[in-house]
Write a protein that binds this ligand. Structure first.
Ligand code: ADP
Ligand code: MG
Length: 610
């Protein structure tokens, strides 16, 4: 339960809603409690008018002081005219029901609204925190897990801050009011009527726990089923070409059957729920009527027909709140589990944080890596070994090497996504961890190896990092990335949607849009991670020509698996297993006749074949 205490700050924030809600709950129940009393009184009045001389009548008069003062006010009206009195009571009952209903409306309006506000705040809190966490956190937690905590778990917590809390206060109010008036009227009958109710609460708690467990199972099976279906839709081309439709159907059927069996078992349990509730309430009503009637027949003091009617109504009134105890308890338990999971993430601190007084300098473009050693924390893969490199402002550097040689890792480290275990990375002589993370990343244009576009318009995808970019800026960037003419050929040009609901772009188009996104930033330093791999040779030449102009005066690191003979790099680094194998200019490396020369010759041959 201690996990739920982290919600207290929200209750404090919305204390106005909370207090008002509390007042409305009390008022709702105060008005509701009047109707059994009035009903009981009216019944007695009827009985009295039938046999006015009976002892029963004197009994009624004696007990009048036990009623609430509002009820006594109604009782005093029309003392000498029973028919008018009955009519007046009827109207009062209606008015009371309306007032109580109105307060109930207000009660939901405050407490449930409060829970929605808390839900909103909590989602934002979690999302903001997620964004602070490092790449490493995202590598070790699945997207599904992250999604669950921000969606599912938050709604479970809302069941606690809203309905569960409301029912709990409601139950307390109803119990206090009714037990107070019941005891005042007839203690013996009170005990008889209330005896089966604890049993009801416990029974419902157990049934509810079973239902929750089963419905969670059903939920998870449903999500399996959905994932299964979704994957077969998105992979439909593979399925069809490998003629696996039958196998997929069999797989789906198996999942579907498991889901059906569990759903049926859940339905069975739910079917027991209401009948058993009705049984216990019926039992309570039956005992009350029997004991009450025997007392009336035996002329026990304080017993009257009206009281029996009154008590039966109390039982009806208590039924729902008491059965809600079980429900409230199991909801609170689930909320605590969910809040625990949420807290787990909220208490995770990012490894990479700004230092006390972060440097905000404008970068000049000098980059130094000295004896950098880096191992990926969760896999233990040693991706860079004693790596040193000096890049001066305005230089163009190429990094080539086999896949897995550590090229992308260099880019990640330069963006300060990870902290190297040994060695130092510095910009203009200042260690990277002294910089303000945001200011540093803002000044570097990075095109990742695996491009990612948002389900947005082409325009918004290009101007992603620069909010105030004009339409001309977008077009200029697109032209530099040689994608402008293609974008214009789309039906809605720059307003075309990308992704599932929009156009499906080829790998090369995606790469060029993400290049445009990097170019629009007007950065000091540019890092391209193999971002021309899916572009054809002719377009590649065109882009390189544009880049040549764009990169004038900027520092550039271009990671590539293809050698651009056109591009005059200041230095080419050949990486092998996290170490520099060869380095120098194009001509120097060709002269070495090593890995680079081999790679270049192979590429030349391939181009000739085309
Ligand atoms: P390249 O870009 O040259 O293909 P990478 O820098 O991506 O090489 O990878 C270098 C090594 O680090 C590889 O062995 C790869 O499996 C590993 N690696 C890359 N990224 C991660 C990561 N996020 N977590 C763990 N290991 C990684
Ligand atoms: Mg790579």
């Amino acid at each position: 339960m201690k996990h739920l205490s982290s919600l207290n700050k929200y209750f404090w924030k919305y204390r106005g809603h909370f207090m008002l809600g509390f007042v409305f709950v009390v008022l709702t129940n105060y008005f509701r409690i009047l109707s059994p009393q009035l009903t009981g009184y009216v019944v007695n009045t009827v009985v009295q008018s039938i046999k006015s001389a009976d002892a029963n009548a004197s009994e009624i008069a004696k007990n009048e002081k036990n009623y609430d003062f509002l009820v006594r006010f109604v009782i005093d009206k029309f003392r000498d005219n029973p028919s008018h009195k009955i009519l007046f009571t009827g109207i009062t009952l209606l008015v009371i029901a309306l007032i109580s209903g109105f307060f109930m409306f207000l009660m939901r309006q405050t407490i449930i609204v409060m829970s929605r506000h808390i839900e909103y705040d909590q989602k934002n809190e979690i999302f903001t925190h997620y964004q602070k966490l490092d790449t490493n956190f995202y590598k070790t937690h699945s997207t599904g897990d992250l999604m669950n905590r921000i969606a599912d778990d938050v709604s479970k917590v809302r069941m606690y801050t809203g309905p569960a809390l409301m029912y709990f206060i409601n139950l307390a109010a109803v119990l206090i009011f009714s037990i107070f008036f019941m005891f005042k009227a007839n203690p013996k009958l009170t005990i008889v009527a209330l005896a089966p109710l604890p049993l009801l609460a416990v029974a419902i708690y157990f049934v509810n726990t079973i239902i929750n467990r089963k419905s969670e199972r059903v939920q998870s099976l449903l999500s399996d089923l959905t994932t299964n279906a979704q994957e077969s839709y998105s992979g439909i081309r593979v399925i069809k070409s490998f003629v696996q439709e039958k196998a997929m159907l069999g797989f789906f059927k198996k999942n579907s059957e498991a889901y059906r069996d569990n759903a049926l078992s859940l339905a069975r349990t739910e079917a027991i729920y209401f009948p058993s509730m009705a049984l216990l309430i019926g039992l309570s009503t039956l005992i009350t009527i029997m004991v009450g009637s025997l007392d009336v027949v035996n002329r026990v003091e304080g017993a009257s027909v009206g009281r029996i009617a009154e008590f039966v109504m109390y039982i009806q009134m208590l039924t729902f709140p008491v059965s809600a105890i079980g429900w409230t308890a199991s909801m609170t338990q689930r909320a605590a589990t969910s809040q625990k999971r949420i807290n787990e993430f909220l208490h995770t601190e990012p490894d990479i944080k700004n230092q006390k007084e972060p440097v905000n300098n404008k970068l000049e473009g000098n980059i130094t890596l000295t004896n950098v050693d880096f191992t990926y924390p969760h896999t233990g893969i040693n991706a860079l070994k004693d790596f040193s490199l000096q890049i001066n402002s305005g230089e163009k550097i190429a990094i080539v090497g086999r896949t897995g040689s550590g090229k992308s890792t260099i880019a990640q480290l330069l963006l300060h996504m990870y902290e190297p275990q040994k060695g130092m990375i510095a910009y203009d002589g200042i260690p990277v961890n002294k910089f303000d993370i945001h200011s540093l990343r803002k000044q570097i244009s990075y095109v990742p190896q695996d491009v990612f576009l948002f389900s947005e318009t082409v325009r918004n995808n290009i101007r992603f990092g620069v909010e105030n970019a004009s339409d001309e800026d977008v077009v200029t960037a697109a032209k530099q990335a040689s994608i402008h003419t293609e974008i214009e050929s789309f039906q809605e040009s720059y307003d075309t949607l990308v992704g599932e609901r929009g156009v499906t772009l080829s790998g090369g188009q995606k790469q060029r849009i993400s290049i445009a996104r990097a170019l629009i930033k007007d950065p000091e330093i540019v890092i391209f991670d193999d971002c021309l791999s899916a572009v054809d040779a002719r377009t590649e030449k065109e882009i390189i020509g544009n880049l040549y102009r764009f990169l004038q005066g900027r520092t550039a690191i271009i990671i590539t698996h293809r050698i651009f003979s056109l591009f005059d790099f200041d230095k080419i680094i050949v990486l092998d297993s996290g170490k520099i194998a060869e380095q120098g200019t194009h001509n120097h490396l060709l002269g070495l006749n090593g890995y680079y020369a081999e790679m270049y010759n192979r590429q030349q041959e391939q181009e000739k074949e085309r």
